[in-house]
Design a protein around this ligand. Structure first.
Ligand code: MN
Length: 296
């Protein structure tokens, strides 16, 4: 299968500031990449205090936060208070339920980040929530490319973050006229999101903000950059469980989604409590009138 391009759509988050993000997953042309079920790209923006995401809940997933520029403070209902900077990763495993907020710091530079979600498999989705901040990530230099592995294993180097699916994620910075070949298990599908510059992914030109998706069967991910680039490489074993994704919840049925929504709206202890400098919480939207259907 050839590599195909996903052009992002603009989505306005339900935050205080109505910041727009670019979303390539889920997309009408691409439901997921391995167990990666959500890929949002934010900035770069000089509005470094622009990420003000008040308390909101999650279930059934891991959120993975990765910054290129700026600083963001995470707080959650299991007591975590953690600032994150570029080169570090935050893994929040929601399990049965957690609430968190995100507040960017006013800095002199830009704010530029991706937020990614990993589905939790059936056997793990009811687990207790946990939060990890990792600064000890492997960095592999190869030719003109620098690879920082933040999730799973690549090139024989593993991120210390706890994984529940066979998935991987890395930031790759390529200097001008450089290229890198990354061995990929033939059962894995992959995606390359171009964050800065442009790249050629398995022979397919990919512009800034675009995502190049490759089906399983390619033994290598070849990334070339004539003019230099910064990309995110994601992939893994296709996630074949049927899920219902709605708002911030990942469940298996409409009834489970309705229960999670009702529990957030009623302040149920499932999601816990915490305080932050944002104050307040994001209310859940109304459920659609149709029954949400599980889908692969
Ligand atoms: Mn969140």
């Amino acid at each position: 299968m050839p590599t195909r391009i996903i052009v992002p759509r603009d989505v306005v988050l339900t935050t205080r500031t109505n910041i727009a993000v670019r979303r390539t997953v889920p997309h009408r042309d691409l439901r997921r990449v391995g167990a990666w079920i959500f890929v949002d790209h934010f900035g770069p923006t000089t509005q470094t205090d622009g990420m003000v995401v008040a308390a909101h809940p999650h279930t059934g997933l891991q959120t993975v936060t990765w910054l290129f520029e700026g600083e963001v403070e995470h707080r959650d209902s299991i007591g975590s208070v953690q600032k994150i900077s570029p080169g570090q990763v935050n893994f929040m495993t929601a399990g049965r339920g957690i609430a968190h907020s995100e507040l960017s710091s006013k800095t002199d530079g830009n704010l530029h980040a991706v937020q990614l979600w990993l589905a939790l498999p059936e056997t793990e989705r009811h687990r207790e929530p946990m939060f990890e901040h990792r600064t000890d990530l492997p960095v592999i230099e190869s030719g003109g490319a620098s690879v920082t592995v933040f999730a799973g294993s690549l090139l024989g180097h593993a991120s210390p973050a706890t994984m529940f699916t066979d998935s991987f994620g890395a930031e790759i910075v390529l200097t001008a006229s450089s290229s890198i070949d990354i061995p990929i298990h033939v059962a894995h599908e992959t995606a390359v999101l171009v964050v800065d510059g442009s790249a050629v992914v398995n022979g397919t030109p990919t512009a800034t903000t675009e995502l190049a998706f490759t089906e399983p069967g390619e033994p290598v991910a070849r990334i070339e950059s004539p003019a230099g680039a910064r990309v995110i490489l994601l992939g893994g074993t296709p996630f074949t469980e049927r899920i219902v994704m709605w708002w911030n919840f990942v469940e298996r049925s409409h009834a489970e989604i309705r229960d999670a929504r009702d529990q957030w709206e009623s302040g149920d202890p499932r999601f816990g409590e915490f305080s932050d400098h944002i104050v307040g919480r994001i209310p859940a939207p109304e459920l659609p009138n149709v029954t949400l259907q599980p889908r692969v």
